[in-house]
Design a protein around this ligand. Structure first.
Ligand code: ADP
Length: 175
């Protein structure tokens, strides 16, 4: 229970599939660091700071969860935290191949870091950040997929993207 676990991802933005995995990990490990990958934001809807703020609010009621951002190798960030476990969520069979490849790569880089995959709850098995953004941008109700402050942030983003001259399209928001 004293173990530190890192739960890395893009979280653009955080949704109920993510928070479910983070909450369950927090019951298994002493400290969970939700690690937001600070990658060039061209393909992302939210900046790193925005993604962090949304994740912090979504998980603020869980004392042993912390939200941090990182650049570079996930294994290097895990090592800097002293994390022994890397948590990932598994949705559908098609996730497995990539997760397996990443777990093997990370194991090569950091043999002491164990990857632990938690199965999604069936109600979130279809949910990705891309699906959330696409449904929202097309006018669908996403209140069962993400917290209200995330929906509010999506609403503000949609309004700002509607400004004339802004060329961001849904296609560019895909992961
Ligand atoms: P997304 O796939 O939603 O764009 P990320 O790429 O940021 O999210 O994924 C971060 C982690 O969260 C990954 O391990 C991913 O498999 C997991 N994850 C994402 N969506 C879900 C979900 N609906 N259920 C369980 N785990 C999920």
């Amino acid at each position: 229970m004293g173990d530190i676990a890192i739960y890395p991802g893009t979280f653009d933005p955080i949704h109920f599939g993510h928070t479910d995995i983070a909450r369950r990990a927090a019951q298994l490990f002493g400290r969970v660091v939700v690690a937001i990958y600070d990658r060039p934001s061209k393909q992302l809807l939210f900046s790193t700071e925005e993604r962090m703020a949304l994740a912090r609010e979504a998980l603020c009621d869980i004392p042993n969860i912390e939200v941090r951002s990182y650049k570079g190798l996930t294994t290097a960030f895990a090592e800097s935290l002293g994390a022994r476990v890397l948590v990932r969520g598994l949705r559908v069979i098609s996730d497995f191949e990539l997760e397996y490849q990443m777990a093997l790569t990370n194991n090569q880089l950091a043999p002491q870091l164990e990857t632990v995959c938690l199965m999604t709850r069936k109600e979130y098995a279809f949910l990705t950040a891309s699906i959330l953004k696409e449904v929202f941008m097309l006018g669908g109700d996403v209140s069962t997929l993400a917290a209200s402050h995330v929906v509010a942030a999506l609403t503000r983003k949609r309004e700002s993207l509607a400004c004339p001259g802004d060329s961001v399209t849904l296609v560019s928001l895909r992961d």
